[in-house]
Design a protein around this ligand. Structure first.
Ligand SMILES: *[C@@H]1O[C@H](CO)[C@@H](O)[C@H](O)[C@H]1NC(C)=O
Ligand SMILES: *[C@@H]1O[C@H](CO)[C@@H](O)[C@H](O)[C@H]1NC(C)=O
Length: 194
């Protein structure tokens, strides 16, 4: 590149810059109301700052609230115990095999429900119309009979068990029936507080 052609350009640029600087320095003197433009700029700066600061502070509580709400479902939901004739019952929302459901009851200081009379049976039938629930009744291989979890024998006149496949050694209720169910099939269950 030819420096002799570039030099005049640089000089011209220098003159222009000097001229602009001098103009800016003396502008308030040239235009008496020139100050106004700087005030405008200050006000704009102040406004810009105050606008963005609250944004930051409001965003933080919003994020905190959001993360708290997201964490909430992870905490175990309180169990809904339902009272009937002085006893408390829990109709599970999840499913387990019979032995697993019994453990879940024991963790809540209860056991799978033992149905003592017709009133209690009616209460349970009313609550188990469309879903199957395990109860505390199973077939004892040793005693060769159906027994409640407290080893008491099943009263003959309380209900007739619906017989299903051979080898189903646990009992469940559904659709106003007590039925023989596989102990290893997952089902809902009913706990009763002792
Ligand atoms: C700039 O701010 C000052 C002080 O708050 C105010 O008196 C003035 O009116 C503002 N000027 C403009 C152009 O907003
Ligand atoms: C069962 O349901 C029937 C019909 O809704 C009702 O009349 C009865 O009182 C209920 N019984 C119990 C024990 O909840």
């Amino acid at each position: 590149m030819d420096c002799r052609h570039l030099a005049p350009g640089i000089i011209l640029l220098f003159v222009k810059l000097t001229g602009t600087s001098l103009f800016l320095v003396f502008m308030p003197g040239i235009f008496p109301h020139g100050n106004v433009s700087f005030v405008h700029e200050d006000n704009w700066t102040v406004l810009h700052t105050t606008e963005s600061l609250p944004k930051v502070t409001t965003n933080i509580p919003v994020r905190t609230t959001a993360s708290t709400t997201q964490k909430a479902p992870a905490a175990p939901l309180p169990l809904k115990w339902e009272g009937y004739q002085g006893s408390l019952y829990w109709f599970s929302e999840t499913m387990e095999i019979w032995s697993g459901s019994r453990i879940r009851c024991k963790q809540q200081n209860s056991d799978l429900v033992i149905i003592r009379d017709k009133n209690e049976l009616e209460f349970i039938f009313n609550k188990t119309i469309s879903l199957e629930y395990f109860i505390g009744l199973s077939y004892s291989e040793d005693d060769r009979k159906w027994e409640w979890t407290d080893q008491t024998e099943l009263q003959k006149n309380l209900f007739t068990m619906k017989q299903t496949e051979v080898g189903n050694e646990c009992a469940s209720v559904m659709a106003r029936e007590v039925r023989q169910t596989s102990c290893f099939q997952e089902s809902h269950w009913i706990c009763k507080k002792l």
